[in-house]
Design a protein around this ligand. Structure first.
Ligand code: SAH
Length: 564
């Protein structure tokens, strides 16, 4: 819960906006400010105080305990111009909260935690548990001191700006039960899956004792536990459900058929009769593949009664992560927040050099950049997939949308299901251009690339003709280059067979880039010489009009009648 405290009318207005936007996340504390802050500090995970930082510092100073457990506190000034992360930047989530509050109130987030300020991810903000000398290693990373990465498990991590091997400080990546040494942190990736089976009514303590014992005896760490897994029929078994809850991991269930299909070392008759699969614990742990570290074992009961639970422990294979990220047409504010987050999440960035330049300043220090020149698409695609297969977090970038005449298809054609793929859509050139021209895409529309480098001209021509006959608005990508100058006139001539010579045509060059330009002309008047590879050309349908210099395609006459 986020506690909201304000003292003035302006503060209360901003406070109410937050409360209205996040009804389930916030609680308003009224009454004298001192009492309100103290109550919220005791009851909430986070506070947003619409008060001066000085006042808040004085009020919370006597309450501060440990940065791992104290609430995160954000202050918003009277003018609503700044959202200041005051304490608990990482542990209390105040840095992220400041950014969120800033977005909502159009206030500038103010974050002073060093790691966030310079772009090295805070070790305690990675999505998995971290143990050891977090402060020391973070400081070493920041100061550029040598920090070695000792990764027993290849896991897709963001770039940590480490210096290879050797060095006084160490980041260790392991799921084994090791105590961090001095000047060392241990990162715990979610690599372990524990399959559990239980007979009806198995007590939670028996299930939990079994799981914890198996992990301990195998020299593993519960901090790396990703999930408990079992058969569908046991999805409501209280002992299993509560064990997962207490361990703080999800319970994943599979059908008996799925489990029966998994090959296991220790099948048996009992579960086959009870739930229809010869193995629950081992099979559920192994469904996603991986290495069986602890074969099926049974719980021990003090009273000598038969065991009621079984478990098996598997280390799943690290899966690389390939994010295919559209950067939008050029302008920074048309790059989506999600795209930005993926760029900062990646340790390896693959892309065309000119696109890399577009976002280089957003990358975290230490990101490995694999850039290449025009052409070489397939090689770029292969590089991205190869890096992801090594277990890396990779971002493959493209301008506009990375799936539109771009890298997503060659990359996914190379990829198999051994990596995770995340697509981030981007504003494609046709949409960026349409917004500049007016509303040319108000009815059915297609995009056609006029590049016949990889597509035979006959195929392109057939599609242009189909669009012409069907009276569809057409946006031409790759319309003309120095070596390809006859395709655009030819395509326009085909459209002109079915549309008036006065049909509006929009030409947009470098949409949303510094030297953006656009023109509204007609089929007859368009001079192809004004078109190049930085341009898209949008040809209206028979209903498209030039209205006050804007290109407008009606949504359909009937719709308009109804609307009026
Ligand atoms: N993936 C890109 C398209 C790649 S094909 C996207 O979704 O936008 C390359 C063609 O896209 C160029 O020849 C040009 O026709 C068009 N294009 C890309 N960005 C553009 C921009 N900012 N302004 C105008 N046209 C653009």
């Amino acid at each position: 819960m986020i506690g909201l405290i304000s003292a003035t009318a302006a503060g209360a207005t901003a406070r109410d906006r937050l409360a209205a936007a996040w009804p389930d996340r916030t609680r308003v504390y009224e009454g004298p400010v001192g009492d309100a802050v103290r109550a919220a500090f005791a009851e909430c995970e986070q506070l947003v105080c619409f008060l001066a930082t000085g006042a808040v510092v004085r009020l919370i100073a006597p309450l501060l305990g440990d940065k791992r457990t104290d609430p995160g506190v954000v202050c918003v000034d009277e003018g609503g111009r700044f959202a200041v992360s005051l304490v608990g930047g990482h542990g209390g989530g105040a840095n992220e909260l400041a950014v969120e509050v800033g977005e909502l109130l159009a206030a500038q987030p103010v974050v002073t935690t060093a790691t966030d300020a310079v772009g090295v991810p805070g070790l305690d903000t990675l999505e998995f548990p971290v143990e050891g000398d977090v402060a020391g290693v973070s400081r070493a990373l920041l100061d550029g001191e040598p920090v070695a990465l000792d990764a027993e498990l290849a896991w897709p991590l963001p770039p940590l700006r480490v210096s290879g091997t050797g060095g006084a400080y160490v980041i260790r990546v392991t799921d084994r039960a090791v105590e961090p040494a001095e000047r060392e942190v241990v990162l715990r990736p979610p690599s372990l899956v524990i399959g559990v089976g239980a007979s009806k009514g198995a007590p939670v303590d028996e299930v939990l004792g079994l799981v914890e014992g198996a992990v301990r005896d195998a020299g593993l760490s519960l901090a790396s536990l990703a999930e408990l897994a079992t058969v569908d029929a046991k999805s409501d078994e209280p002992g299993i459900v509560e064990a997962a809850q207490r361990l703080g991991v999800p319970l994943v269930t599979y059908s008996a058929e799925e489990l029966a299909a998994v090959e296991v070392p220790n099948p048996s008759e009992a579960p086959l009769a009870a739930v229809g699969t010869p193995s629950v614990a081992e099979a559920a742990a192994l469904v996603g593949g991986g290495e069986l570290l602890v074969p099926k074992r049974k719980s021990e009961r003090a009273d000598g009664q038969p065991a009621m639970a079984t478990c098996a422990v598997v280390r799943r294979v690290a899966r690389g992560r390939l994010a295919v990220v559209g950067l939008g047409p050029g302008a920074r504010d048309l790059l989506t927040p999600r795209a930005k987050a993926e760029l900062r999440r990646a340790a390896v960035l693959v892309g065309l050099d000119q696109y890399v330049d577009q976002i280089r300043d957003l990358l975290r220090p230490g990101t490995l950049i694999l850039e290449s020149g025009l052409g070489a698409e397939e090689e770029r695609a292969r590089t991205a997939v190869t890096e992801a297969r090594k277990g890396q977090a990779v971002a493959l970038i493209g301008s506009g949308d990375a799936g539109v005449y771009a890298m997503a298809s060659p990359a996914l054609a190379e990829a198999s299901d051994d990596i995770d793929v995340v697509g981030v859509p981007g504003v494609t050139a046709a949409l960026a251009a349409a917004a500049i021209l007016g509303a040319p895409l108000g009815h059915d529309h297609v995009s056609i690339s006029l590049s016949d480098l990889h597509t035979p001209w006959e195929v392109i021509e057939r599609r242009v003709r189909a669009a012409a006959e069907a009276d569809i608005v057409v946006t031409f990508y790759n319309p003309r280059s120095r070596g390809r100058d006859w395709q655009l006139p030819k395509a326009l001539a085909i459209l002109a067979e079915h549309r008036e010579s006065t049909t509006p045509v929009g030409v947009v060059r470098n949409a949303s880039r510094p030297d953006e330009s656009s023109r509204l002309t007609t089929l007859a008047a368009l001079d192809p010489a004004t078109v190049d590879m930085m341009t898209v050309v949008t040809v209206g349908n028979t209903a498209t009009r030039d209205i006050a210099g804007r290109m407008v395609t009606p949504r359909g006459y009937r719709w308009q009648e109804v609307a009026e």
